[in-house]
Design a binder for this molecule. Sequence first.
Ligand code: GDP
Length: 443
Amino acid sequence: MGSDTDTIVAAATPPGRGGIVVVRVSGSRTEPIARALLGSLPEPRTATYRSFLDVDGSPIDAGIALYFPAPASFTGEAVLELQGHGGPTLVSMIVDAVVALGARKARPGEFSQRAFLNDKLDLVQAEAIVDVIDSGTAQAARAAVRSLTVALSEAVDDLEAQLKALRILVEAAIDFPEEEIDFLSDSRLSANLDDCAAAFETLLAKTEQGRVLRDGYQVVIVGKPNAGKSSLLNLLSGQEAAIVTEVAGTTRDILREQIDIDGLAVELVDTAGLRDDPGRIEAEGIRRARQAIESADAVLWIQDATEAEHGTIGETLPANVPVIVVRNKIDLAGEAPGDDGDVVSLSAITGAGIDLLRRRIRLLAGYENQGEGAFTARRRHLDALGKAHEHYGQGLHALEETRAGELLAEELRLSHAALGEINGATSPDDLLGAIFSEFCIGK
Ligand code: GDP
């Protein structure tokens, strides 16, 4: 393992052939490396056409060199960017030459990690770099860019400032016990506490939205065999993903399909027919189905409109996951498509009513009100925010119970610390390591 003071090098563009490739160098030795590699140091921040020289002085390639002196660079260190011709051999020759001149190859995410350590990015923005690159829909990409341009960071910072002001008030009251009782019943404090609680609620809702944008909305399809689950999955995904047959119980395993509903990334999960008396082969499928349902954002319960009996599946669904009942095969039952708020009636074969279902999924995901202010967020952000909110709530509760400030002060402290985990202000090192390790080399 190299240290954080080494000068690092990596291709910033993906491996393989391409028009151009970007090799990035960052660290304190960048300047002498640039001099040796390019013959002399290019003007800062000016695209300069140069030969890239091997250690023996022979040219490897020629292209554009960009030199960014510290601290005005992506990492906050001196950075050299070389745009050469795209080809794996040339790239490794350039990287090898830079290594021979005193750099070492970068670990995954190391450039972003340095940017974070040098206060160029906070943790949310560093993560957003990965999310922009990995985003599955245009909406998610735009929202990730907003995270990168600090939307979530700013919202967290605002809340943090509010919490900090509250802590100062409460700590001050504790330090002057003769005034504590009056102070704690002061209307200014209660107004501040209410404001902060409201800010928590707002940010939690936006962050949950952001998580759905990033990770997608997971919808599990359940129903008796032959109700039309596979047909509906095929219709929604527009391709033959699931095998449709007339033999009951063909979908034995879990099928996952990514679809895009007006920019909302939805993962559809088709489960083995949940039966009251499973055959032996299907038992494992049913176990997995139950697992998928436990962690889903919503359940589509498909019922056959031509049958009176819809089984007992509804009773076995977990209470905390919202259920959309789909009345399928209306073409056979002679019914019209519709959505009465509980039940969506449609035909998975003719497609009648499918738009109603798509709309209902968007509504349930809270996706209809997606405004300009959207940003992507991760489960990690939501968890930290949830923890901060919980401590906050416990603090309020303690104040009501005891009319004394100590417990409130302690809960506010814990809440503040949990909030700090989001942007990295209070993140432990192992968490930082885990976050940056999911980056690719060169980021
Ligand atoms: P699954 O077992 O729940 O996955 O059900 P399938 O999707 O395999 O469908 C079972 C049978 O019902 C197939 O023959 C489908 O063609 C048929 N089916 C499914 N949905 C409809 C529908 O809306 N209308 C009609 N007429 N047939 C349907």
